[in-house]
Design a protein around this ligand. Structure first.
Ligand SMILES: [Zn+2]
Length: 247
C-alpha cells in the first residue's frame, strides 16, 4: 500500500472493507457481482475475477480505465466484462458517484421478481420513497447498448432494483454505497417476511414516506451520519482479526 497516494490508499482501504463486509453479511454471490470505486484521476478499482469477496484486499484490486481496459492487475485474473458494463455506465453518467455496489441476494432477487416492487412498509424502506429506480432485465449485461438504458433508469437516485436480477446502490463514498445497500437489503427482507405472513399489510402514507426519506437525507450528511456509521462498520473487521490473533 505504500506506493499509492494517500487519497488512493483511502479508497482502496474502504473498497476492500466493503467487499469483506458484504461477505460477512452474506450479501455476496460466489465470485459474481462487483463493487467498483472511482479514483480522483478517473481510474477505477474493482475485484479480480475469481476471488471471493472475503479474499479481496487493498493490494489485490484490479485497476481499469473508463473503457474497462486493465491497467494494473496484481492477481493476473482480469475482470468480469459484464460486471464493468453495468458499473462503468453509471460512473460515467453520475460524476459525483464514487462507488457502485451490486448484489444478488435471495431477498433482493426475490423482491426484484415482484411486480409491485418495494412497498412503503417499514422505516428502512421509507428512505427509498420516490428515490428508487427500476431497470428491466435484458439478460447478462454483455450488450454495451444497455449502458445507456441503465443510466437513464437510475436517473438521480442512489438505489435501483434490477428486475429479475438483483440490487444496486451508488454512493458519494464507498461507505455510503454500503450503508444504503444494507438498508435496501433489509427493506427487501422485511417486506418478504411481512408478505409471507399472509396478513393485511399497513402501508405508510406518501406524506409520511416523504418525511422519513428527508430525515434519512439529513442524517446522511450530519456529523453523526454516514461517515461515523461507516467507521463503525470498518471496526467490525478490525475487531474480528484481533479476535483471530488472540485465539
Ligand atoms: Zn448481477
Amino acid at each position: 500500500m505504500s506506493g499509492y497516494r494517500p487519497d488512493e490508499r483511502a479508497v482502496r482501504r474502504d473498497l476492500a472493507a466493503a467487499y469483506r463486509l458484504v461477505a460477512l453479511d452474506g450479501m455476496d454471490d460466489g465470485i459474481s457481482t462487483h463493487i467498483s470505486a472511482r479514483l480522483s484521476d478517473g481510474r477505477f478499482l474493482l475485484n479480480a475475477l475469481g476471488l471471493r469477496f472475503d479474499e479481496v484486499r487493498e493490494d489485490n484490486l484490479v485497476t481499469v480505465n473508463a473503457a474497462g481496459e486493465v491497467l494494473d492487475d496484481p492477481t493476473g485474473l482480469g475482470i468480469n466484462p459484464a460486471g464493468f458494463t453495468i458499473h462503468s455506465a453509471l460512473h460515467a453518467a453520475r460524476p459525483e458517484v464514487e462507488c457502485v455496489l451490486h448484489t444478488h441476494t435471495v431477498a433482493g432477487v426475490a423482491l426484484s421478481c415482484l411486480e409491485e416492487g418495494l412497498l412503503p412498509l417499514n422505516q428502512w424502506a421509507l428512505q427509498f420513497h420516490d428515490r428508487l429506480a427500476y431497470h428491466d432485465y435484458e439478460g447478462i449485461a454483455l450488450d454495451l447498448d444497455e449502458r445507456e438504458r441503465l443510466a437513464v433508469d437510475l436517473g438521480p437516485h442512489q438505489a435501483m432494483i434490477l428486475r429479475q436480477h438483483g440490487l444496486l446502490t451508488c454512493g458519494r463514498s464507498v461507505g455510503e454505497a454500503f450503508l444504503v445497500m444494507r438498508d435496501l437489503e433489509r427493506s427487501c427482507q422485511a417486506q418478504l417476511a411481512a408478505q409471507a405472513t399472509g396478513r393485511p399489510l399497513r402501508l405508510a402514507s406518501p406524506e409520511m414516506a416523504e418525511h422519513v426519506a428527508r430525515q434519512y437525507e439529513a442524517w446522511a450528511d450530519s456529523p453523526a451520519g454516514i461517515d461515523r456509521a461507516w467507521q463503525a462498520e470498518r471496526r467490525r473487521l478490525v475487531d474480528r482479526s484481533s479476535d483471530l490473533q488472540a485465539s
